[in-house]
Structures are given as structure tokens and as C-alpha cells.
Design a protein around this ligand. Structure first.
Ligand SMILES: [Zn+2]
Length: 278
């Protein structure tokens, strides 16, 4: 994965968006309910721009899409900027295009192309419904198996081994623990080692990544556990010398958003197999 330099200085970094989400309860839920057809990073980008411009957050579409929906963009409205992945071909030494799948890479560009409902007028739209999410469906789509909980450590809430996870049947916050363990697998932590999570699990970057994914997922879906994750992450941001917003590296923030997106998309009941694979 390669990433282009951000084109515009006023677009916040992923780590900054994540810190916003940690410090502002309800932000992710608002972004998810308004913009769930976009990636979480883009949801937050859209929400931040709407808030800055005093626009009511709501469905966003491109100019032609609004036209299809029977609405038009009001005169003088400025488009919202979102981040789009583009697939590029890598050229080999002879300058020929490589034809196999490995010959491509993904890059990201920022495009000003979208308008919020509040920037348009025309026929009324059906109100949006936040899609339902199903854990079984998500695990199947992510190729993760739920195995019986066999830990004898009573403090253990759950664990992740390779592509298996287990949740303590009496876990205090089962959804939160599920997202946390799935995140360990999705981010690739379990390729490196196994994870058994107790209240005494040391605070390291991999735990921060898993807990941040759990925060994003719990908040987006309105499930219990977000406050616990928030406390954990705020603690991380207040290490030693005091508040340090850069305590979450940009690279980790990217992994966190990508994993949370994958998990949310994998369990959505309103989209079919093929759409979920993207
Ligand atoms: Zn963990």
C-alpha cells in the first residue's frame, strides 16, 4: 500500500480524526448513521467538513447522483472532499505493464466531488435507516472462527489465536471483547503471537489498535463498551508527561480505520456478498 501526499493542508490526518473520535462521544455514531455507505475515514471527513461549514450531516452524493435522485445542488455550494482509493499499475524495468494482480498497488487521492443533502433541493428523499449488523455474518465473511472459551484465567475476557477467537461466556462487555479480538486477527497481530486479554493486559500499541477498533465499532453500532474503550485510549493519550495527541501513530490510525471498516462492512445485512468483498 502506498499513500500519496495529502493534497490539501486543511484535511486532517487519520490520527487526528481518531483522537477526535476518542475525545468526542457520539461523533462516530453520528458519522455512521449519516454516511454509512462510505468508509469510516470518509464518514469522519464528511462529518468534520459539515460541522465546519454549519451543514446538517446527512446523505452525500456526487452532483450527477443527486440529479438521478431528483434533487439538484444549490448554486454556489462548495463540494465536500473525500479520500478515494485508486488502483495503479506498477511498471517493470522494461517499462511494460505488468499484467498479473501483483502488478498493481493502491494509492489515495483527495477529490472534491460530494454534496450533502443540505446543499441540494428537490424532491423529498426517504429517510435513511442505519443498517443492521450481524456478528455471525461478519465472522464468516472475515474467515474468523469462534472457538470454545477454554482459558482457565478467570480475568480473561477473550483471546485470539491465528484466525480463531473466543469470548468468555461471562465477559463483561461481550460486543466490545468480540470487536477487540476480531481486530487482533484482522490487523494481523495473531500472525505474530496469540492474545489473551485480561484487565491486566499491558498497554502496548497492538492493544491500543485493537481497543480503538472496538471503540469505532461499538460507537458506530450503538453497542455497549465504547466508554470502556474511550477510557483506555484516553489513558494512552495521557502517558507520562501529559496529553499527547501524537501517541497514536498515523500508521496505526490507518490500520485502525481499515480494520473497523472491514468488520462493519463484513457484518452488514443490507449489502450482498459481492459488495462486501470490496
Ligand atoms: Zn488484546
Amino acid at each position: 500500500m502506498e499513500r500519496q501526499q495529502r493534497q490539501s493542508a486543511d484535511i486532517p490526518k487519520w490520527s487526528a480524526l481518531l483522537v477526535e473520535a476518542v475525545n468526542k462521544p457520539g461523533l462516530i455514531m453520528k458519522a455512521y448513521s449519516a454516511f454509512h455507505s462510505f468508509s469510516l475515514g470518509n464518514q469522519l471527513l464528511a462529518l468534520v467538513q459539515c460541522l465546519m461549514r454549519g451543514l446538517q450531516p446527512g446523505p452525500i452524493n456526487t452532483f450527477p447522483k443527486w440529479k438521478d435522485l431528483g434533487r439538484h445542488v444549490k448554486r454556489g455550494e462548495r463540494a465536500l472532499v473525500l479520500c478515494m482509493p485508486i488502483t495503479c499499475k506498477r511498471r517493470n524495468e522494461n517499462g511494460d505493464d505488468e499484467s498479473d494482480g501483483d502488478g498493481t498497488f493502491t494509492s489515495f487521492v483527495y477529490k472534491a466531488r460530494w454534496f450533502a443533502l443540505a446543499q441540494t433541493e428537490g424532491i423529498d428523499l426517504e429517510p435513511q435507516v442505519t443498517p443492521d449488523w450481524d456478528a455471525k455474518r461478519a465472522l464468516a465473511a472475515l474467515d474468523i472462527e469462534m472457538i470454545p472459551f477454554d482459558s482457565i484465567d478467570r480475568n480473561c475476557q477473550g483471546f485470539a489465536r491465528k484466525r480463531n477467537i473466543a469470548i468468555n461466556p461471562v465477559a463483561q462487555l461481550p460486543h466490545k471483547t468480540l470487536f477487540h479480538e476480531v481486530a487482533h486477527v484482522t490487523i494481523g497481530h495473531t500472525l505474530e503471537s496469540d492474545f489473551a486479554d485480561t484487565e491486566k493486559t499491558p498497554r502496548n500499541l497492538r492493544e491500543v489498535e485493537a481497543e480503538a477498533v472496538a471503540l469505532l465499532c461499538c460507537e458506530a453500532l450503538g453497542l455497549e463498551g465504547a466508554n470502556y474503550c474511550r477510557g483506555y485510549l484516553q489513558n494512552w493519550l495521557y502517558q507520562g508527561i501529559g496529553y499527547d495527541a501524537s501517541a497514536i501513530p498515523e500508521k496505526s490510525a490507518q490500520k485502525i480505520f481499515r480494520a473497523a471498516d472491514q468488520i462493519l462492512r463484513a457484518g452488514r445485512l443490507d449489502i450482498d456478498e459481492e459488495e462486501r468483498a470490496h
